[in-house]
Design a binder for this molecule. Sequence first.
Ligand SMILES: Nc1nc2c(ncn2[C@@H]2O[C@H](COP(=O)(O)OP(=O)(O)OP(=O)(O)O)[C@@H](O)[C@H]2O)c(=O)[nH]1
Ligand SMILES: [Mg+2]
Length: 367
Amino acid sequence: MNDKRNRPEWVPDEPSDSFTTEIVKGKHHSNPSTTKRKFVKRKERTTEEFVQGIKNGDRTILAQAITLVESNAKRHEDKAQAVINEILPYTGNSVRVGITGVPGAGKSTFIESFGSYLCEQGYRVAVLAVDPSSSVTGGSILGDKTRMESLSRNKNAFIRPSPSGGTLGGVNRKTRETMLLCEAAGFDVILVETIGVGQSEIVVRSMVDFFLLLVLTGAGDELQGMKKGVMELADSLVINKADGDNKQRAKVARGEYNRILHYLQPATRGWSSKAYTVSALYHEGMEEMWKIVMRFVETTKESGVFWERRNAQTKDWIHAMIKDYLETAFFTHPAIKSQLPVLENKVVEGHVNVTTAVKALIDLYET
Ligand SMILES: Nc1nc2c(ncn2[C@@H]2O[C@H](COP(=O)(O)OP(=O)(O)OP(=O)(O)O)[C@@H](O)[C@H]2O)c(=O)[nH]1
Ligand SMILES: [Mg+2]
C-alpha cells in the first residue's frame, strides 16, 4: 500500500516485466521513525472527500477511488460502496463503447487514435480494460500505456489498466463500478478494451451501449474462422489497417463482411450493424466512426432501446453478482471443502450417482 504512494496512479499493482516505470521518491534526511509515523498515520480520505473530489473531476482522487473499488479488503469495500451510493445520481451520462478484436487487431492503436480524436472534439474520454488474464500474465493491456502514449498525456483522457487478480466476475464488478466513478467525474465517453477471445467480450458487451468489433483482412480464411457469435454481438464491424497495400483488400473484405452481417441477428434491435474500414495507425476513419456511434445513440434513445438495454444490463449485473457470491460461498464452505473430494471419488468409482452426490453437497451447505 505504502509503495503505491510513490507510483503514478496508472502503474499496475502487480509486478510485471512489461512495466517498470516508477517514480522514485527523493531522499529524506529527517528522523526515519517520525517520517514513518507520519506516513502510516496519514488519514484515509472520508467518503465525503472522495465524493467531492470525484464530482470536481479531481483525477488523483478518482484514481484513489478506483483503487478502493478494486480492493478486496472488507474495510475498503464498505467505503467503496458508500462512495458509489453517493455518486449514483451523477452517473449514466456517458456513452459507453466496448472495443474487442483478436490480439494484434489494433485495439489499443484504435483507442489511441479514436480517443485523441474525441479529445480534440472537446470530449473527456476514459479508457478502461477488461483483461481477466492480467493476474496471470502480467497483462497485455498493461503495456498499452506505451501504445497510448499521446492519449495518456492528454488532460482530457484518463486511462486505467484492467484490475488485476480475481475472477472474471470480480473484474466485471470492478470495471462497472469504475465506469460509474468515471461518469460522476464528468467523462463523456468511456472506452472499454477487451481481448476477443473467451468470455471477456461477452462481459464487456453486457456493460456497454455500443460494441465495436475490430477485424483484419489478409488472413485468407479469417472470415470462415471468425466466430459468428462475436459478430452477432457487434454494433459495427471495423476493418482496421486499411492503409498502404492493404487498402484494396480491406475494401473487398468490407463487402464480404457486410454480406455476412446481413444474414445475422442484429446485435441491437432497430439497428443494422455494418462493416467499415479504418486505419488506426494513420488516424483515418475516426470521424466517421464517431458519427456512427452518435447516430446509434440517437436512434436507440428515440426508440427506447438504449434505456431498455441499460436497465436489462443492471438486472443482469445483479444476477451475475448473486451467482458469483453463491459460488464462492459454496466452494469455500468448510464442509463442502472437505466432502466434495470424497463425493467426487465416490461418483468416479461408481458408488454414487451425480445427482445424489450434488444433492448431498447442497444439503450439507444449507444446514
Ligand atoms: N499498418 C497498420 N498497422 C496498425 C494499425 N493499427 C495497429 N497497427 C499495428 O498492429 C500492431 C498491433 O496493434 P495493437 O494496437 O497493439 O493491437 P491490440 O489489438 O491492442 O493487441 P493486444 O492488446 O495484444 O490484444 C502494432 O504493431 C500496431 O502498430 C493500422 O491501422 N495500420
Ligand atoms: Mg491492446
